[in-house]
Design a protein around this ligand. Structure first.
Ligand SMILES: *Cc1c(COP(=O)(O)O)cnc(C)c1O
Length: 240
């Protein structure tokens, strides 16, 4: 297989480094490294990079825009036909994109309003009826830890009711919670608060076991506080 610019070799190296960081952080926390999934966030990078990462053994990819993700998923399907790949939306999603997302994405990790829950439930139901998806749409409720507008997320107080609403919907499955650490405060403190909330959600919904927290810059702190999924872009693919 040709790799003229050495891109695959570079991705293999950075993947090794990221995996080593995850392993070290899990061991330092007394956790099994196998309990921390790696979601490669491929926004702005081409489908050819996703194909390299598939060949290197990854199967979960995150995108933050519906249109970019849909196009990339379609292109990957021609580059690696039949590859068992799951796409997740990790960025803010407008309700009018719900219908399209339900056609190609396995999950939406950034659900932060009742209206979005209802739109996604309808969209997933329509997609199933049309034969465009076989299972429910997985959902994480996104938690905002700093109430900063723009980055998305529901407040701590709103999350339990949103989780209930997802759990009661017909075509969504509540898999857990997600957060992005606040930019200008202590990540460890934020992740501790997040872990407490996740535990509360899980007490009512035992299947909601996913804690998606930690990115290139703060994955160690997130793993120390129980993250089960780190979302890594820059450390894997380079600076956007
Ligand atoms: C872009 C993005 C990431 C990845 O961030 P890096 O710092 O590049 O690792 C993770 N989560 C979300 C929600 C993102 O938008």
């Amino acid at each position: 297989m040709t790799d003229p610019d050495g891109r695959r070799a570079a991705l293999a190296r950075s993947l090794d480094e990221v995996r080593a960081r995850i392993d070290a952080a899990a061991r330092a926390a007394g956790r099994d490294p196998g309990g921390v999934a790696l979601l490669a966030v491929t926004k702005t990078w081409p489908a050819a990079d996703v194909a390299h990462l598939v060949d290197l053994g990854l199967s979960a990819f995150g995108e933050n825009k519906e249109q970019e993700g849909a196009a990339k998923a379609a292109e990957l399907a021609t580059l690696r036909p039949g590859a068992a790949v799951r796409w997740r939306i990790v960025g803010r999603l407008q309700r009018n994109k719900a219908r399209n997302v339900a056609r190609w994405a396995h999950a939406v990790d950034s659900v932060d309003s009742a209206r979005l829950v209802d739109a996604l439930d309808r969209a997933a139901g329509n997609a199933r009826e049309a034969g465009e998806r076989s299972g429910p749409l997985s959902v994480l409720v996104q938690v905002s830890l700093d109430d900063a507008p723009g980055r998305g997320g529901a407040s701590l107080a709103e999350v339990p009711a949103l989780a209930d609403r997802v759990a009661q919907s017909e075509h969504l499955s509540l898999d857990g919670v997600m957060t992005v650490a606040p930019q200008y405060s202590d990540a460890a403190e934020a992740f501790a608060t997040f872990a407490e909330l996740a535990q509360r959600v899980r007490a009512s919904h035992p299947g909601a076991a996913t804690l998606s927290a930690g990115m290139s810059g703060d994955l160690e702190a997130a793993i120390e506080h129980g993250s089960t999924c780190v979302r890594v872009g820059t450390a894997l693919l380079g600076a956007r």
